[in-house]
Design a protein around this ligand. Structure first.
Ligand code: RB5
Length: 145
């Protein structure tokens, strides 16, 4: 299977998880685009969310991962971009379902909400899960119309 290209970004509230998840993905051989932030200095999550979504919309990356304190701000911004289906997940069931049913192309996580081990499991399951198509394709198509 061809390796997915993944754009990843966080604000200061998600910086530590972003660094750990990025390392984890690189160790598995994924090609990653780290759009920042690059320190724990305070920054604005909408800027980062748009950098990740731009990589997907332009075809440079296949999927994106966005992390902030709650994941909420990132998911709100990402979902305003046409063609982006961002899923804020705090459990593995939702992560799998967001791929199988919603064909999510961005995963949002909250560093201040879930532990790092759960975050890693969510990332792994989300990356492995395939879209089921069929009746779900019709519904995904309806999102954009
Ligand atoms: C930053 O303090 C925090 O507001 C941000 O990381 C995120 O949780 C926003 O949704």
């Amino acid at each position: 299977m061809e390796r997915l290209k993944i754009a990843i970004g966080s604000d200061h509230g998600g910086f530590e998880y972003k660094e750990q998840i990025l390392k984890h993905l690189q160790e598995q051989g994924f090609e990653c685009f780290n759009v920042g932030t690059y320190s724990t200095d305070s920054c604005d999550y909408p800027i980062i969310a748009r950098k990740v979504t731009e990589k997907i919309v332009s075809g440079v990356a296949d999927r994106g991962i966005l992390i902030c304190g709650t994941g909420i701000g990132m998911s709100i911004v990402a979902n305003k971009v046409k063609g982006i289906r961002a899923a804020l997940c705090g459990d593995t069931f939702s992560a799998r379902a967001s791929r199988a049913h919603n064909n999510s192309n961005v995963l949002c996580l909250g560093e201040r909400v879930i532990g790092i081990n759960l975050a890693m499991d969510i990332v792994d399951i989300w990356l492995k899960s395939e879209f089921e198509g069929g009746r779900h394709q019709r519904r995904v198509d309806m999102m954009e119309s």
